[in-house]
Design a binder for this molecule. Sequence first.
Ligand code: HEC
Length: 296
Amino acid sequence: MQTTRRRLTVMTVVAGVAIALLLLGVFAFVRAGIYNVGADDPHYPMTTSLLAQVRDASIEARARRLEAPQDLMSEERIIQGAGNYAAMCTQCHLAPGMGPTELSKGLYPAPPDLTKQTVNAAEAFWVIKHGVKASGMPAWGSSMGDEYIWNMAAFIQRLPKLDAAQYQALVAKSDGHSHGGGETTPHDHGTMPAAGGDHPHPPGTPADHHGPESAPAVGGHPHPPGRPAHHDKPAAPAPGGHAHAPGTPPHVDAPAKAPATHDHAPGTPAHVDPPGTPPHDHAPAKPGAETHSHAP
Ligand code: HEC
């Protein structure tokens, strides 16, 4: 009786300590930054396989309940889907005749190359509509009606069979980016060809106007036609109204630190004003004056 009770107590203590250590380990893992969330640090093969199984089973289970439209593979749907695919998907999923992009190379999990891989239409529909958590795949259902999504699912069935010319022809026949509202047009690219690659710039625009603008001297950089000169701050009136030499880059003059007026003790020697002092005239010292003041 005695020994049984003692053994139970020992076992309880051991189990308690083990659970405490486990919780401490979990806490350390979660809070101490042990896990590397970097997209350039791949999962263990076991984790990759587990995540893929969870994803595939989840998508399959949900796609099974969907019913594709009878005329899914009609030419009309495929053509309409081509335009939206070209506008919204190629950066990640590529297109015939298009090389890898920064997004297709940098995302983890990597977006599948849909020019090489066919995805069952119902599963494609579900993934396009709902996206995939913790991956780069967005849920397009928030801005796109089901019919448009089915059209892209249909187009995806055709995509691996297309060469670059056939792909371009389908995109050209479509209405481009259209899904009944909610389309984003970041800004007008003029005659930008639908499928990635180079696009023309208005004359005088630097090749890369998406990057931070390296503004040349004041007033000197061109804007694409139709764009207001929005990012130029109005030139700050300099304190004390001093002029800037032409060609001075835009800048804000540091607020003058010197008090508006200050007194010089009589006999103050010639001196240099600290940087930031507004331009001012030293009135000629009145002979014998105790103090003199500077005009602001
Ligand atoms: C910003 C990048 C990005 C964009 C844009 C994007 N996707 Fe995806 N997509 C992904 C990623 C990443 C995955 C893989 C998710 C995963 O494996 O967990 C994915 C997965 C998919 C899949 C599932 C493939 C499979 O094997 O089950 C389909 C279909 C798909 N995307 C279609 C589209 C379509 C159509 C568009 C355009 C409307 C689009 N995607 C836009 C990143 C993107």
